[in-house]
Design a protein around this ligand. Structure first.
Ligand SMILES: Cc1ncc(COP(=O)(O)O)c(C=O)c1O
Length: 465
């Protein structure tokens, strides 16, 4: 193994770029203000007509609905939300000098580390404002889904802080793979049940058809949406995909811009993994603004997804339902079909059939590129990163690491010194079973599920637009 820096002099450059609390962003950045053409509107799942605020009101508080469609460039972060953010923000930006040495690359690698949040990922950046706005509008209880358990943990923490109840439908395969994520949610007072569950019509319908269903984010979303739609005291909360969620995450990229300036650097490439797209957008969108406004026209933006669930690289850019039971809005996105159930890869947070409409729009416009990897090379990159930088990454985040390492190796071949920035969206302390499997050589890669995707894509909604 040539992954250590033993016997080699480490560079004298700074390792961490830390911001004072006073430098934390006071506003979220809304990319909708800067898009050359607006993203296509969401449609009502029943009528196929453009969604209005009244359609969304059973699911979301009014302020969230306002943010979803807002064209304002900046939206103020409420002081109450800033106060909670300060528990872990600003997050550090690292120069991965030890990894550079291990790779023997002339590239400069930087990463923004969101795993320092209390629950270990970027997810609280939106969980906190969502809980805050619901509380402010008198909501008593939130229902949500979770894949990897990172989002469920984040919302459980946030609801607990603002005095709301929380019901989490956890994708069954993750519920079994990650019992301790469930414990975290329960410590914060959330009720967690494996999805598909017998508690909803959507869950019962899936179980009747396939009692052994491993679940999927699409199914769990259906259950949580149904729960919220049928109860007056409950609203729904989504941890990715929607415009307001991506916007809440832009604190990441705004901080990173200040920190890259401290390092006297600007990225040539910005990389993030994509499940529904929120951590990638959070880091990338403030930089996308630079690209769109001509400040950084050559900037490359790279979204990284699993080969087992490759919505951006192999999906269709089409209107589709956000969930399996066709209760969530229809949105135009890169999709593998709302009934597609991805294989049980360990990056549970990347097992979503679709992609954020804003990211899909920018991929379709050629502003953002995408690449897909099978899980074995992703875990190889995760282990190499851990051995160099000392952080065990979440399997989701390791997709970004794989792509960053490959870009750095290309720089080595070409003899080019490029600056690469990636998002380390979370740590993998609850994913050790997956690491054990990888180290034992038992990890399985899945072929692109062409037949399953074709079957699911045959089921797209017919939309008269
Ligand atoms: C650590 C981590 N990174 C990334 C993701 C993917 O979600 P998104 O694409 O919304 O960032 C998840 C989802 O659960 C996650 O837990």
């Amino acid at each position: 193994m040539a992954q250590t820096t033993n016997g080699r002099e480490l560079p004298g450059e700074r390792t961490k770029f830390l911001l004072d609390e006073t430098a934390m962003p006071r506003d979220w950045y809304n990319i909708q203000a800067d898009l050359p053409t607006p993203a296509p509107p969401g449609l009502h799942p029943g009528t196929g007509q453009p969604l209005g605020p009244a359609d969304l009101a059973p699911l979301f508080p009014m302020e969230i609905i306002r943010q979803e469609v807002s064209q304002e460039r900046y939206i103020q972060i409420p002081p109450e939300v800033q106060a909670v953010y300060r528990l872990w923000r600003p997050t550090p930006l690292y120069r991965a000098a030890r990894l550079e040495r291990a790779l023997d690359t002339p590239a400069r690698l930087f990463y923004k580390y969101e795993g320092v949040s209390p629950v270990g990922s970027h997810k609280p950046n939106t969980a906190v404002p969502q809980a805050f706005y619901n509380k402010a509008e008198g909501v008593k209880r939130l229902a949500t889904e979770t894949g990897a358990g990172q989002w469920g943990s984040a919302l459980a923490m946030a609801t607990q802080m603002f005095g709301l109840e929380c019901q989490v439908y956890m994708v069954k395969v993750s519920y079994q793979q990650k019992p301790y994520r469930r414990s975290i949610m329960q410590i914060f007072g959330a009720r967690v049940i494996p999805s598909p569950s017998p508690e909803t019509n959507a869950g019962r319908a899936i179980l009747a058809h396939d009692p052994e269903s491993p679940g999927s984010l699409g199914i769990a979303i259906s259950e949580a949406v149904e729960d919220a739609a049928l109860r007056d005291d409950t609203k729904y909360s989504l941890g990715s995909v929607l415009n307001h969620v991506l916007m809440h995450q832009t604190v990441i990229g705004q901080e990173a811009q200040q920190q890259m300036a401290m390092a006297d650097a600007y990225p040539d490439i910005v990389i993030g993994c994509t499940g529904g797209g929120s951590n990638f957008a959070g880091l990338a969108f403030p930089f996308v603004a630079d690209k769109l406004t001509g400040k950084a026209p050559q900037l490359r933006l790279l979204a990284v997804e699993p080969a087992a669930c490759p919505s951006l690289t192999r999906g269709l850019y089409a209107y589709d339902y956000g969930d399996t039971a066709k209760m969530a809005p229809i949105v135009k996105m890169h999709t593998l079909g709302h009934s597609f159930i991805p294989q049980a890869i360990h990056a549970g947070g990347l097992r979503y059939h679709g992609m954020a409409p804003l990211i899909s729009h920018l991929v379709a416009a050629g502003t953002i590129d995408a690449v897909a990897y099978p899980q074995t090379p992703v875990f190889a990159a995760a282990v190499q990163f851990a051995r160099s930088e000392g952080i065990v990454p979440a399997p989701e985040s390791a997709h970004a690491i794989r792509a960053a390492i490959d870009e750095a190796l290309r720089c080595k071949e070409a003899g080019e010194s490029r600056t690469i920035l990636f998002n380390l969206s979370g740590h993998g302390h609850f994913d050790l079973g997956a690491y054990d499997q990888y180290l034992a050589g038992d990890l399985q890669d899945y072929e692109y599920p062409l037949a399953a995707v074709q079957a699911a894509l045959a089921d797209l909604p017919t939309v008269a637009r």
